[in-house]
Design a protein around this ligand. Structure first.
Ligand code: AP5
Length: 225
């Protein structure tokens, strides 16, 4: 849909809709959605060394250490499909990760095009997280009320079973929200300072939020996933 190579970051607390909108943006712009949480969950499932290192942090609702996470993103951004742009979903999440990302894109002679901060109120975040279900195979997110599958418990895309994420239990969610406030929320001011931040109201249905993001980017709205 767009000939432009978009390099975007999605920022926002757990459950705000980064994965949902990241998938739509990736489809609209023809670039990969790079979701660090998905990559970690796959590594845990496959019992790789990285997955083993990350598991205890994810289970506790804590951020995986920066060195592990930065190395993972460096490796992913070096792949051919990310050369024409990318949607970073869930990275950066700390000041050190943001600095590493700046250095990485500068080394390639590139720059980020924008950082989309999605905002919704706290009650809606909890509603979205507790009602979320995820395809165990392709990781497509669903919601029991607002994005239910055609067949209960079955992924529309690949037919895989829908499951609840282990870190969506109440105690872990509290930790994840706390980590976000302490370590990630301050990045919004950093990106505002360098002129990249676009704040988008994440309330409303998914099409409405997608249209707001496209407007914030100055891009035309096309068909979404
Ligand atoms: P990660 O997987 O990134 O989780 P998160 O940031 O907590 O975000 P979520 O995936 O929970 O939510 P989302 O914003 O994508 O919302 P979604 O679109 O699914 O990270 C998991 C863990 O990995 C971390 O805790 C950490 O341990 C580790 N990790 C990952 N990245 C890291 C990093 N950079 N550094 C260190 N550690 C890292 O939507 C939620 C629900 O709401 C869905 O059911 C959806 O259908 C529904 N929904 C979405 N939009 C709407 C809407 N407009 N209206 C109604 N419902 C909606």
């Amino acid at each position: 849909m767009s000939a432009r190579a978009w390099r975007l970051v999605l920022l926002g607390p757990p459950g705000v809709g980064k994965g949902t909108q990241g998938r739509r943006l990736a489809q609209a712009f023809g670039v990969p959605q790079i979701a660090t949480g998905d990559i970690f969950r796959n590594a845990v499932k496959d019992r790789t060394p990285m997955g083993t290192a990350a598991k205890s942090y994810i289970d506790a609702g804590k951020l995986v250490p920066d060195d592990v996470t930065i190395g993972l993103v460096e490796e992913r951004l070096a792949r051919p499909d990310a050369q024409a742009g990318f949607i970073l979903d869930g990275f950066p999440r700390t000041a050190q990760q943001a600095t590493a990302l700046d250095a990485l894109v500068q080394r390639k002679g590139l720059r980020l095009d924008g950082v989309i901060e999605i905002k919704v109120d706290a009650a809606e975040v909890i509603r979205r997280l507790t009602g979320r279900r995820l395809c165990a195979v392709c990781q497509t997110p669903y919601h029991l009320e607002s994005a239910s599958p055609k067949l209960p418990g079955v992924c529309d895309r690949c037919g895989g079973p829908l499951v609840q994420r282990e870190d969506d239990d109440e105690k872990t969610v509290v930790n994840r929200l706390d980590e976000y406030q302490r370590k990630t929320a301050p990045l919004a001011e950093y990106y505002r300072g360098v002129g990249l931040l676009r704040v988008v109201d994440g309330n409303g249905d998914m099409d409405t939020v997608f249209a707001r993001i496209m407007t914030a980017l100055g891009a035309a709205v096309g068909p979404a996933a």
